[in-house]
Design a protein around this ligand. Sequence first.
Ligand SMILES: *Cc1c(COP(=O)(O)O)cnc(C)c1O
Length: 396
Amino acid sequence: MSDIPNVYDAEPIPQAAMAEVTRLLTTGDLFRYTAAADAPVSLLEAEFAAMMGTKYALAVSSCSAALFLSLKALGLPRDARVLIPGFTFGAVPSSVVHADCVPVLCECGDDYRIDLDDFTAKLPEVSAVIVSHMRGHTSDMDAIMALCEAAQVPVIEDAAHSLGTTWAGRKIGTIGRVGCFSFQSYKLVNAGEGGILITDDADLVARAIIMSGAYEHNWKKHPVLQDAFARWQNRLPLYNLRLSNLSAAIIRPQLAELPRRVRDGRRNHDLVAARLNASPWITVPEKLGPEERAPDSIQFNLNAMIEAETHAFEAAAAARGVKVQVFGLSTDNARAYWNWRFLGDIPDLPRTRAMLMRACDVRLPARLTEAECDVIADILLAAIADVMEPPRAYGT
Ligand SMILES: *Cc1c(COP(=O)(O)O)cnc(C)c1O
């Protein structure tokens, strides 16, 4: 059927990128450290830091690379324990393993956010925390920051999917010691691949810059206190996780599109959420009070449906043209913690597991129109009606 919205295609890259990409291809100037100044990657860092209101930004090859470098730049010793949510993308525990640290998994609740009881219980065991704002859902940052400050444990924000989200008016990614973002194609800014970390900590960013591959004196092209670099010269490994000028040229003109994408993504999400919440079989968890989201997908929980009914709902939605993924039911899902077998010992997280077995994921890109969002809501509600009887009222 041709009237089913296509949720997979990306938005076109703004026209302004074309001229800059052509210039880079014509000159061959693709490496961030060739030009004496004003390389596209350096300009992106300056613009991103200004947009976020932070002192420093370092663009790298992915958000996973940014998480890895953040852990390394914190100077954590080998086998340091790092608390991460049990509901996140498999690249997050992987970045911890890559940094020679040990992930400790924290329970997440029905609202996809960090369970504060489990967080409080496990915090004394760890040397650092990564808060993944999974699918853009912000955990209670007031509580998390208060607990971590009291315990003197540094917080890295995995804001891969949270560009444009705010918490009590503060930009997500600026609340912890470091914030990490992704420019992979399924995020709000699309460069195919890419990432960036932001911080106000000069010494931390100096270490991250050197380790990202600012070999010899290339760090002189970064506007950071020079004595911070002098302290670390030749003392840190060069992991070479730099971003290419081509990627920066594709990212820079998209920053101006952000307010529109955030506004439309929120509108689309809230429209579909209100329609789905009218069904007794579906609950879309409320956002937390201080949170203003920037969604490009919707997550919702199926109520009191057994596994066979959940599968039947997925199949009915697919037959009608909308792909629904239940995180815990799709084979080898990278967001189901029991599939992170590279960790060796995987603890059981009963609350997170229960959530994953009924939490649905549907793409809802910002470029969809309201009419297209209505079609998606119609299909999801029709798929529920295909498999579930209306619940009987009490007393009948
Ligand atoms: C996409 C994503 C990542 C990984 O980002 P990459 O740039 O692909 O490495 C990490 N965490 C979350 C929450 C994500 O959504």
